[in-house]
Design a protein around this ligand. Sequence first.
Ligand code: CA
Length: 240
Amino acid sequence: MTSRRLLLVEDEPSLARTLGDRLAAEGYEVEVAGDGPSGQQLAADGGFDLVLLDVNLPGKNGFDVCRDLRQGGTSTPILMLTARNELVDRVLGLKLGADDYLAKPFETLELLARIEALLRRSQVGTPAPDTVAGAARSYCFGDIRVDFDSARVWRKGDGGAESEVACSALEYRLLRFLIEHRGQVHDRDRLLDEVWGYDATPTTRTVDVHVSSLRQKVEPNPGRPEFIVTVHGLGYRFDG
Ligand code: CA
């Protein structure tokens, strides 16, 4: 098995070295970028399984790097690291397309657990154990087509040409789960269990943030969702 490649974007040399060494000891191949622009360039060039992205960076902050990567179509999972622990930061990071968020100072074991969880979740090209045998390899609703083999989402434009919809790994997993269980109502805790897969953080608010960003990407009119619908007092349901 080839080792997983991690990109660590961190400007504090001592932390970058300590973390880099620890991750390497865990069997990861680690590349370090010390500022925003070079981190963004490396991440956009691809080849990484995960990006660890500090928020306070010289040149360009982590939020801007994350947003621009997602807008540029990079779907590599992003775990944001920050010294700030305000809820607003967390929500902002997730809105901009980050997959998870960890506040400094953090325990290395906690970081390793998050990395593992994100890498597991991004294994979307292989069918999940609970996938029904013979399930469709793609699913269409509205002008959206979700390709389960390549884990990519496409939108049909005028004339039938498709363009890719850039989704984070979490958004994709959420969408896939909803599609595979369409017609059923899921409360936020169930979605956290099924899609996020661990119960420490994030909070149920995280679900709302990701549902909202997913609607922006796949709903014809995100303000009046027709596919990912809110069931008041209960949760969400996919109608498609
Ligand atoms: Ca920093």
